[in-house]
Design a protein around this ligand. Structure first.
Ligand code: GUN
Length: 297
């Protein structure tokens, strides 16, 4: 049996369309568009692509996009001043500072400077704390996108065994918190975990976020499990000089065992920007004091 393919691209398109409808409703009620500011420091080519794509998607969803492109030698003080200016700007509902930042800038200091109620990345310690104790806040986009795909596929997750491979602040830790909140029994595995294949074998839900190409093999997976692959790794292709994208899961073997699996590309990747737009819209509704039904988006 071959696993069902979880179509993150289609789900993300649907989510963006729903965000677009709510953005129109927001504009009618608030008398202004929702606004998302993205700050990019330096010229990292991958970051430039992400930022351009975020700006385009923001405008397509009916929101204002404010882009701040700063030179690579921008001082930490100057970057903090930009963040302060965006915190104070009532047209800006959400702020995203593209990571990684140049080495001379302390990332944690910059994240700490963002108003938590505009922190649509969910990286501020206040939002990490809110997630941990179950208060409304902002949840990092990638793990929230993974949860949406899981709930769409499985419905109620209560009582399921979940293994999250990876313990980053951006994916692994918030993913674990989200799954705990859904009443899963959660194991967080990482590079020091002993007998990782055996640990993974227990799981009804596997979320792989390690950044190691095709590390999770089909024979680690419990038959019928649901597999979410967060990895985006560029590796050499069979054809000389070409590259291809692979996940953290060995798709060919895992798809023989799992009941459902996200592909790479086209699985988790497209969800991240869609959830960012969702978070920005939620920020706008909250800042304007407007009701947004909990299940609206
Ligand atoms: N760099 C790569 N992904 C992300 C993200 O989701 N948010 C931010 N701020 N930077 C990133």
């Amino acid at each position: 049996m071959t696993a069902a393919v979880i179509d993150g691209k289609a789900f993300a398109a649907d989510l963006r369309a729903r965000v677009g409808e709510l953005a129109v409703a927001f504009e009618a009620k608030a008398g202004r568009k929702a606004g998302l500011a993205v700050v990019l420091v330096g010229e990292d080519p991958a970051s430039q692509v992400y930022v351009r794509s975020k700006g385009k998607s923001t405008v397509e969803a009916g929101m204002n996009s404010f882009e701040h492109k700063l030179p690579a030698d921008t001082s930490e003080t100057d970057l903090l001043a930009v963040v302060e200016q965006l915190n104070a700007d009532p047209a800006v509902d959400g702020i995203l500072v593209q990571l990684p930042l140049p080495r001379h800038i302390d990332e944690q200091k910059v994240i700490a400077a963002i108003n938590p109620d505009k922190d649509v990345d969910g990286f501020h310690v206040t939002n990490a704390g809110r997630l941990a104790v179950g208060q409304p806040g902002f949840v990092p986009c990638t793990p929230l996108g993974c949860l949406m795909l899981l709930k769409d596929r499985l419905g109620d997750l209560s009582g399921l065994d979940a293994v999250v491979i990876g313990r980053s602040n951006i994916v692994g830790k918030p993913m674990a918190q989200l799954l705990i909140a859904e009443s899963c029994t959660v194991t967080v595995a990482h590079s020091r975990t002993k007998n990782l294949p055996e640990v993974v074998k227990r799981a009804d839900i596997v979320v792989a976020a390690v950044g190691s190409p095709e590390m999770v093999k089909g024979d680690w997976i419990k038959p019928g499990a649901t597999v979410i692959d967060v990895g985006i790794n560029r590796v050499a292709a069979a054809e000389a000089g070409k590259t291809r994208l692979v996940g953290d899961v060995d798709y060919a073997s895992a798809a023989q065992v799992a009941s459902a699996i996200t592909p790479v590309p086209g699985g988790v990747g497209p969800m991240t920007i869609a959830v960012l737009l969702r978070n920005a819209l939620v920020a706008a509704y909250r800042s304007a004091g407007l009701e947004l039904a909990a299940d609206a988006i």
